[in-house]
Write a protein that binds this ligand. Structure first.
Ligand SMILES: *C/C=C(C)/C=C/C=C(C)/C=C/C1=C(C)CCCC1(C)C
Length: 246
């Protein structure tokens, strides 16, 4: 039984072409998410009380991603197609949790729960429209530009809240440590999150005005790299903030 299992696993692994960066990033992404989750979960016990929940949320984000990467990796190996459905289920769970991180940080300065709902609402609009755009592109209809634009508007609203709106105001009021935390995480949202629309442009261009951008490469390579930066990197920033303030 176990020998049989080993053979199946080996057979799959040996099929990866060394230049198949998509499969490679799915594998390494899966492993990295697992390792990061173990790290965040174990570190909770030697973290200052004020930061424990933030660290737990960081671990949940990478853990949910690890489980999805496990499936996406298999799906991609079997079909050589984008695992769009698993991808968006993952994001629909993890992006709102990242909004929770912003809320937890600013809560110390009196953030109200409706700020959290605003962030979550905008991220759901961003993701549902992005999903419709990708599914539409795969089915050869021409709405990828329209859905991508609506998604981008929701994205810019999140950037606005964090850089100039309520999140920024509260973080500034909470003192230098929280203001610093907010600005570091704000850079993730402005630069790290911007990798996703690049992947979208590279992957949904057929028949769109940006068709030439398809030469930019595989959509999943963008998404896999962006996920590693934004989920593990974001968590590590929370981790280091929890050290500098305890
Ligand atoms: C852990 C997963 C994260 C942080 C995912 C973030 C995803 C985005 C910021 C996606 C943004 C998109 C646009 C702004 C326009 C095109 C469609 C999307 C959904 C790729």
């Amino acid at each position: 039984m176990s020998a049989l299992l080993d053979i199946t696993l080996l057979a799959d692994v040996s099929k990866i072409d060394p230049t198949d960066y998509t499969s490679f990033t799915f594998f390494i992404g899966c492993m990295a998410m697992m390792a990061a989750s173990v790290f965040f979960f174990f570190e909770i016990s030697n973290t200052d009380k004020a930061w424990k929940t933030s660290l737990l949320v960081s671990g949940l984000i990478t853990f949910i991603a690890a489980v999805h990467y496990y499936y996406m990796r298999d799906y991609y190996m079997a079909n050589h197609e984008s695992p769009t459905f698993f991808r968006y289920v993952d994001w629909l769970l993890t992006v709102p949790l990242m909004c929770v991180e912003f809320y937890l940080i600013t809560k110390k300065a009196g953030a109200k729960i409706d700020l959290l709902w605003k962030l979550i609402f905008a991220s759901v609009v961003m993701l549902v429209t992005g999903y419709l755009g990708e599914v539409g592109a795969a089915a050869d209809n021409t709405n990828a530009t329209l859905w991508g634009t609506v998604s981008a508007i929701a994205y810019f609203y999140i950037v606005y809240l964090i850089w100039a709106g309520d999140v920024k105001k509260l973080a500034t009021a909470a003192g230098p440590a929280v203001a610093k935390a907010n600005s570091v995480l704000g850079w993730f949202v402005l630069v790290g999150w911007a990798i996703y629309p690049l992947g979208y442009l590279a992957g949904t261009g057929a028949g769109q005005w940006y068709e030439s951008l398809s030469a930019l490469g595989n959509i999943d390579v963008y998404y896999n790299i962006a996920d590693a930066i934004n989920k593990i990197g974001f968590g590590l920033v929370i981790y280091s903030l929890s050290r500098s303030n305890s």
